[in-house]
Structure formats: structure tokens, C-alpha cells
Design a protein around this ligand. Structure first.
Ligand SMILES: Nc1nc2c([nH]c(=O)n2[C@H]2C[C@H](O)[C@@H](COP(=O)(O)OP(=O)(O)OP(=O)(O)O)O2)c(=O)[nH]1
Ligand SMILES: [Mg+2]
Length: 130
């Protein structure tokens, strides 16, 4: 199985809230909450892919992302490499462009949401960095 390279954004607003979006039921890991992002295409850097995905998925304009952490995870049906970047500089109002539910949540409330299993170390790192 080929490992899928995914650009993932931990987007933090001026009130120190983090943006999460609910994956559509029919998708891999459907019904779970995620940090917006998507597959890195050929000839794209992670940052370029994330900038493109944030516009496509949640209508945010950003020009800069900062590496936060990297992890590989094997689901029974898919292997992913999550390349997670932090995003603090952006413009535009968040919109679930693909009809998905989106939410700004404060760090301590992140544990109230169900994320894909691969996300556990990301959540721990975000919560630690209070
Ligand atoms: N965006 C995102 N994907 C995650 C997270 N955690 C996690 O395991 N994933 C997995 C689920 C999917 O298998 C993969 C992301 O693929 P995707 O379906 O969002 O890719 P995409 O946006 O490019 O969508 P498409 O090409 O299928 O239209 O990474 C997360 O926090 N954010
Ligand atoms: Mg996506």
C-alpha cells in the first residue's frame, strides 16, 4: 500500500482558538473531526498544498505555514503520513466550502471531539503547548 502524504493545518486565531472541521460520512474516517487539509500533489511542497487546501476547504487565504510535527499512521485500509503545519496568519471568514461543519474551539475543549486515531499525538502536543 502506498503511504498518502497529507498536509494538515493547525489553524489558530487571535483568540487562541483552533479550527476543526467534520469529515463527511462517506470519506475515509468519515464522521470524525479533523484539522483541515488534504493530499499533497506531485510538485507541491507541504506548505503549498496546505495553502491550496485551506482555500478549497474552508475559504481561508494564507501565505505562510510553519512545520509543527510529522507522523505516520497505518489504518487497516490506508497508510498516511501527516505533515502538520501551524497557521496563524490568514485572512477571510471561515466557511465549510464542501458543506462540512466547521468550528473554532479552545485548546482545552479539543478532547470533547472525536478525531481519527492518528491524531492523538497532535492533540497531545497542542494541549501541552498551552
Ligand atoms: N485533513 C486531515 N486528514 C486527516 C487527519 N487525520 C487523519 O488521519 N487524516 C487522514 C484522513 C484521510 O485518509 C487523509 C486526508 O485525505 P483527504 O480525504 O482529506 O484528502 P483531500 O482533502 O485531498 O481530499 P480528496 O483528494 O479525497 O478530495 O488523511 C486530519 O486531522 N486532517
Ligand atoms: Mg481534506
Amino acid at each position: 500500500m502506498k503511504r498518502i502524504h497529507v498536509a494538515v493545518g493547525v489553524i489558530i486565531n487571535s483568540q487562541n482558538q483552533i479550527l476543526i472541521a467534520k469529515r463527511h460520512e462517506h470519506l475515509h474516517q468519515g464522521g470524525k473531526w479533523e484539522f483541515p487539509g488534504g493530499k499533497v500533489e506531485e510538485d507541491e511542497t507541504t506548505s503549498e498544498a496546505l495553502i491550496r487546501e485551506l482555500k478549497e476547504e474552508v475559504n481561508l487565504n494564507t501565505s505562510e505555514t510553519t512545520p509543527f510535527m510529522e507522523l505516520s499512521f497505518d489504518y487497516p485500509d490506508k497508510q498516511v503520513f501527516l505533515d502538520i503545519h501551524k497557521v496563524t496568519q490568514f485572512t477571510g471568514a471561515v466557511q465549510g466550502v464542501e458543506g462540512q461543519e466547521v468550528k473554532w474551539v479552545c485548546r482545552e475543549d479539543l478532547t470533547d471531539y472525536q478525531f481519527p486515531e492518528a491524531n492523538q499525538p497532535i492533540l497531545e502536543k497542542i494541549i501541552q503547548q498551552n
